[in-house]
Design a protein around this ligand. Sequence first.
Ligand code: GDP
Ligand code: ZN
Length: 460
Amino acid sequence: AQTLTEFDTIAAISTPIGEGGISIVRMSGEEAVQIANRVFKGKDLEKVPSHTIHYGYIVDPANDSMIDEAMVTVLRAPKTFTREDIVEINCHGGIVVTNHILQLLLANGARMADPGEFTKRAFVNGRIDLTQAESVMDIVRAKTDKARQVAVGQLVGGLHSKINELRQNLLDTLANVEVNIDYPEYDADQVTAKQMRAASETIIAKIDKLLQSAQEGTILRNGLATAIVGQPNVGKSSLLNYLTQSDKAIVTDVAGTTRDTLEEYVSVRGVPLKLIDTAGIHDTDDKVEKIGVARSQKALEQADLVLLLIDASQELNDEDRALLELTANKKRIIVLNKSDLGQKVTPEEMKAISGSEVVATSILKEDNLSSLEDLIKQLFFSGIENSQDQILVTNQRQVGLLNKAKQQLKDVIQAVDDEVPVDIAQIDLTGAWETLGEITGDSAPDELINALFSQFCLGK
Ligand code: GDP
Ligand code: ZN
């Protein structure tokens, strides 16, 4: 079995394989700079300052043949993602060149990274805890680097410090138990039992709050399922195109996605939207008989968020009304599109009719689309911002452990109420402390950690 402290130099392609504009081959480890230097023609990378980028050529030292033009970034420990020396080679996209460079690094002293190994090193080297590592994987697995930064930014340390706080409470209580046992002149057992019961109740309440955030966390991880609906010609495809234009589109490399079921993700102000039935949107354009409402109905069932487009330049028609009714119980934003052609329906009127958030746009002229994006962000984060806690719990592993700890604490309460001897209740209290530690990785066994990281994408 693999131990957690191997620090040889690892390499992997860290951009999705395909025909992107550029690809990045990344190395991490003690020899990263040396190895890069062996295959780089340009400045002496061992002499350049940290966190600098250098133009040059990747050359095979075995036969001096040139492989690609490249920009090489040198990042010295400890201010790096893994806390080790990191070198990133930005080369031209394309699988052949990228692979060639990776092979060259392997031939010159690097080892092929395991899936998730970069992130694992960040964890092992104490840069991030398990929950942060998971946020790297869970939330952003399938999305752009930009989205990754947003997500990681949101999650940096949040759950970790919360869990540590709970564990500290438990530890204090456990320490008190010891003290009370050492001073039998008090009515030690009773005092101790009371303290354990009170602490358990407090912590259960805090755990419940964390569990409440899990739903939002799940959305952040899986994307907010979003349906774009509206009558034919109202601008659905135009909106879709706008949202999926280069810098917003999120390329998915989730294992098992096939072309047929390819989901389109976009990142709107850091909120990942999973666009539902985008094929349907495209399809209806080509058909004579449009099946707007029927098709929408299906998409709507799965939607967490509905973007309902209405032609502002026309009077409301029956189809608009049908869609307004159909989406009445959904979290929705009403987009009064084609406002550049006049406003037969004003935002104020629509707000009064619908009771929903309304925004007047011209998708054609890209007018007021930033208001739409703001609204999406607000809607998503509303209810979260009020409760001081941001989205903290993001996956089923964390939810499972929180529930387990909660049960252990309930058992403590039960034991106290049943007047079971204190040291029995103490076992469950200690158990809860350990369970919470598994969430952050403080008390997680190596096998678990290895298993977790092996689910990561290659190159992460
Ligand atoms: P869909 O059938 O709902 O997908 O509508 P499309 O996106 O295909 O748009 C139908 C037509 O309306 C196209 O010619 C668009 O260029 C045009 N269109 C979309 N949005 C606007 C807008 O805000 N203003 C104007 N004037 N035209 C628009
Ligand atoms: Zn369309």
